[in-house]
Design a protein around this ligand. Structure first.
Ligand code: SAM
Length: 256
């Protein structure tokens, strides 16, 4: 299935065949919440073989079950895990110490979103891939870390909705070639994210829209890759990734 639906110009952002399990009897409230959040087909336990994955309630957590490899542990998002804290926090520097709100325009598994929330920022997390958005919603609800309450999830496409929101800074972390990206996630979660969301081939458009509407934009890039769009003001470089900062105008604040 292609992620690009050219007929109506929208990006459905779903490559694998995914369904929502019908767990209404076990948990009507949560079922109704997730039914409203997505338009995934509904599936009963007997017909899961038609799908690559189902989103199901497993041990009271919303989980992605791989129907092709039922023995593999279902994937959940756990926001209580520590962030990859190695050395200097380049993301924090790139976001800017004076920023108090951020739009994470490519929320994914919410690792960066929870990190930014732990730093005290109000985070609007936008994720367009529906199964990932459902798992992230569940993760926010179930997190013990009070920082998760500073994350507001929008299951939407940033290309479409970004300009209608406000924040001090927009953060863009698109998926790139299979050998890179999402290095912070466990291998299985990384594979699943790629299978569900594909490569974000329209990431340049997203960066361009962000630049047009926001004063500060941060784009995460693999270390040796060229900038996603022209006009980088300055960069924060690590061993494997780089954060390119775009500023609309104004003086550069103290970045350290
Ligand atoms: C590399 S992952 C982001 C990982 C994330 N920073 C984290 O810490 O888990 C990219 C994610 O951005 C999402 N994405 C890409 N373009 C998007 C858009 N235009 N709107 C919303 N989500 C988008 C993809 O579906 C994918 O889940």
């Amino acid at each position: 299935m292609s992620g690009l639906d050219v007929s109506n110009g929208s990006y459905t952002a779903q490559f694998a065949h995914v369904a929502l399990a019908d767990f209404e009897i076990q948990n009507p409230e949560r079922f109704s919440r997730y039914r409203q959040m997505c338009d995934l087909p509904l599936v009963r336990a007997s017909s899961t073989h038609d799908f690559d994955f189902i989103v199901d309630l497993v041990d009271d957590r919303l989980a992605l079950v791989d129907c092709r490899k039922p023995r593999i542990r279902p994937v959940i998002i756990d926001l209580d895990q520590p962030w990859r804290a190695t050395g200097v926090d380049l993301l924090r520097r790139a976001i800017g110490r004076q920023s108090s709100s951020v739009i994470d325009a490519t929320a994914g598994f919410g690792r960066d979103a929870i990190h930014l929330a732990r730093l005290g920022l109000e985070v609007t997390a936008i994720e367009r891939c529906q199964p990932i958005a459902l798992l992230l919603d569940d993760a926010i609800l179930c997190a013990r870390d009070e920082a998760a309450s500073r994350i507001r999830l929008l299951p939407d496409d940033s290309l479409r909705c970004l300009e209608h929101h406000h924040a001090d800074v927009v953060y863009v972390d698109p998926m790139f070639d299979a050998s890179r990206g999402l290095k912070s996630l466990p291998r299985k979660a990384m594979q699943v994210a790629r299978e569900l969301a594909g490569d974000d081939v329209d990431a340049r458009d997203l960066a361009a829209i962000a630049r047009r509407h926001f004063k500060r934009v941060v784009v995460k890039r693999p270390d040796k890759s060229p900038p996603l769009v022209d006009g980088v003001h300055h960069s924060h470089c690590g061993n494997t990734v780089r954060y390119d900062v775009y500023l609309l105008d104004g003086p550069v604040e103290n970045e350290t």
